[in-house]
Design a protein around this ligand. Sequence first.
Ligand SMILES: NC(=O)c1ccc[n+]([C@@H]2O[C@H](COP(=O)([O-])OP(=O)(O)OC[C@H]3O[C@@H](n4cnc5c(N)ncnc54)[C@H](OP(=O)(O)O)[C@@H]3O)[C@@H](O)[C@H]2O)c1
Length: 343
Amino acid sequence: MTYRPDPDRYDRMTYRRCGVSGLKLPAVSLGLWHNFGEDTPHETKRAICQTAFDHGITHFDLANNYGPPPGSAETAFGEILRTDFAGYRDELVISSKAGYHMWSGPYGEWGSRKNLIASCDQSLRRMGLDYVDIFYSHRFDPDTPLEETMGALDSIVRSGKALYVGISSYNSESTRKAAAILKELGTPCVIHQPSYNILNRWVEHDGLKDTLQDLGIGSIAFTPLAQGMLTKKYLGGIPEGSRATQGKSLAREKITDSAIKSIRKLNDIAEARGQTLAQMAIAWVLRGGGITTALIGASKPSQVVDCAGAVGNLEFSAEELAQIDAVSQEEDINLWARSSNGE
Ligand SMILES: NC(=O)c1ccc[n+]([C@@H]2O[C@H](COP(=O)([O-])OP(=O)(O)OC[C@H]3O[C@@H](n4cnc5c(N)ncnc54)[C@H](OP(=O)(O)O)[C@@H]3O)[C@@H](O)[C@H]2O)c1
C-alpha cells in the first residue's frame, strides 16, 4: 500500500533551533545504528521510519558503517527514500558520518581527507542522494591534523555533498579547536553528537555541554535511553530479543543489580510525572534547552510512539531533578570515551 504521511505530523512534535544556525531539528530524532541491517526485515524498517515521520520526526541519522553488514542501513534507508519517502526529501534532515572502520587498508577509517571524502561519496551512492543535510567526522583522530579533517568537511560542503557539518564524540578542548578552524574556513560547525543520558554524564564533567552553548553549536545526544537501560524493559530480567541479548553493543554485564535498583527508582519518578521512563529519560537530556535533540533508536514502531511522546512534558521541577540525581549513579557504559579522551 502506498504510504501517506499523517497530515497532523507537524502538530505532534516540537522543533528546536540547532545552535545559532538556521536549521531546526525535532526534539526527538531517529538513528539507524541498530535494527536497519540485513538481520532485520525490511517491513520492520519501513514501519519504524513511517511511524517516526508520522510523529513529526524529520531527522534520520545514519553513518557509513551502520548495519550489519556495514553500509546496509544506508542501503535500506535509500530504498525507503525511493519508495515511502519519495517526494518528501525537502521535509527530511538526513545525516551520515565517517571515521570508524569501513573498508580494508589505510584509507578506510579515521579522519584523513582521503577517508572522509570517499566515504561521503559512498554514502550518497548507497542512499541514492545528491547530498546529505549533515555530514560528521564520527570520531576524533589523534594522528591526523585537525586542519585536514575539518578541511575535508569544508570541501564536502563546498562541493555540494552536504549542507552542514558536525563532529561526534570530540571533547570540549578539541571541539573548540575544530570549531575555530571551521569558522576560519567559512563552514561553521553546526552540530555536535555526543553520548549523553542520566547514567552517562561525561558531557557535563568535560565541560562540553557548556562549550557548545558558549560557541552556539547545536547538539544531538545519542543513546538518551542508555541503549534501552533507561526503559522498563530490564526491570524483570533480560528479555529475549532485547539488545542486551544480541551480543552487539550492550553487554549483558552492564545490566547490574545496582543499575536495576536505580532504574527502578527512576521509573517511580517517571510514573509520578505521568510519563514512561523512556519519556522522562529523553526529557531529562533536553532539559533547560542545553541539548537540541535526543537521538533515539528503536526496534519497533511502538517504541518510536512512546519516545516521541516525551515532548508532552519537557519541564522538570528542581525537586524532580534532585530526586533523579539522588537515585541514579553513573554506569560504565560510555563506549565512545576513547574518542573524547583523544585516543
Ligand atoms: N556518533 C556516534 O558515535 C553514535 C554512537 C551510537 C549511537 N549513535 C546514534 O544514536 C542513535 C541511537 O542510539 P541507541 O539506539 O543506542 O539509542 P537509545 O535510544 O539509547 O537505545 C535504543 C534502544 O532502546 C530500546 N528502546 C527504545 N525506545 C524504547 C521504548 N520506548 N521502550 C522500551 N525500549 C525502548 C530499543 O532496544 P531493544 O532493541 O532492546 O528493543 C532500542 O533499540 C543510533 O541509531 C545512532 O544514530 C551515534
